[in-house]
Design a protein around this ligand. Structure first.
Ligand code: ADP
Length: 259
């Protein structure tokens, strides 16, 4: 259980910060819920796979068309399990490393350039694009791979849930930010999608919390992306800020202490 501090920022923003305040009993319950969730998430594609295998052994065996269609669905379900296992491993790794301070010098402009370039084809597929705007030299002391993961998750979400609009990624230097008690780097990922109802915002970083499970699954989501982001940001002593206006879009900002 995280003590979630939710503060209003302007008229539409919600600043969410987390502090672990769980009791032993709560930790036990969370563990049980987690195992139940994981089992459910794995069981759904597994049941589908077993069903299709059985059908392929029986009536569909000699029908080329049906067989191809079933194989396609089976591939999709297996990929879903694969993504889930990959994200579970990521989550367990970032949780294990949360208390180890990161030590690499990371040029944020360079890092975001790499992430935006690698996601450009995904945006292009949707007929949108990702714009990156970096104000000067900005660096943090961090874990390069984990920061890549943070921005990959946020920008991928912005593309996935951002409708037809482009995605704007903006990097600015803040001479002093109270959240990190000093100079900070602010990275804002802004989409122009349907936005998020404020009631969901404080819960978005919970494992497997999705606003629309069906839609998330359709888009290949595992429901773990923002939980992973939260742990990595905590390790970097940073903050995650989620602002959204229904019908206009959302901005996920990360504030990190500057190097
Ligand atoms: P998922 O794999 O489902 O995308 P995440 O942990 O990354 O899981 O996100 C959790 C949920 O938060 C998503 O299912 C979606 O409902 C919501 N969400 C995340 N990013 C956005 C966004 N940019 N706009 C609208 N909703 C979002």
């Amino acid at each position: 259980v995280y003590g979630v501090t939710v503060a209003s920022v302007g008229s539409s923003g919600v600043l969410v910060s987390f502090m672990d305040q769980s009791s032993a009993e709560e930790i036990g319950q969370m563990r049980r819920d987690f195992v139940a969730n994981v089992s459910h998430e794995l069981k759904t594609p597994l049941t589908a796979l077993l069903g299709f295998i059985e059908t392929l052994r029986g009536p569909a065996r000699n029908d080329d068309k049906v067989r191809d269609r079933f194989l396609e669905i089976m591939e999709r379900e297996a990929s879903r399990m694969n993504r889930l296992v990959r994200d579970l491993l990521s989550l367990s790794r970032v949780e294990a490393e949360e208390r180890i301070p990161p030590a690499e010098h990371v040029d944020m402009g360079q890092l975001l350039n790499t992430v935006c370039n690698s996601l450009a084809p995904v945006a292009e597929n949707k007929g949108t694009s990702i714009r990156l705007d970096v104000a000067g030299d900005v660096a943090v002391t961090g874990d390069r791979d984990q920061l890549m993961q943070v921005f990959t998750n946020l920008i991928e979400n912005a593309v996935k849930y951002g409708g037809d609009g482009d995605v704007d990624v903006q990097v600015t230097m803040l001479p002093r930010d109270p959240a990190v008690r000093g100079a900070a780097v602010l990275i804002a990922v802004k989409d122009h999608g349907q936005g998020i109802d404020p009631i969901h915002i404080p819960r978005l970083t919970e494992r497997f919390y999705r606003i629309d499970s069906h839609r998330s699954r359709e888009m290949g989501g595992t429901g773990l992306g923002l939980a992973i982001v939260k742990h990595i940001v905590n390790r970097h002593r940073g903050r995650l800020r989620i602002e959204s206006v229904l019908g206009q879009g959302s901005t996920f900002s990360i504030i990190l202490p500057a190097a």
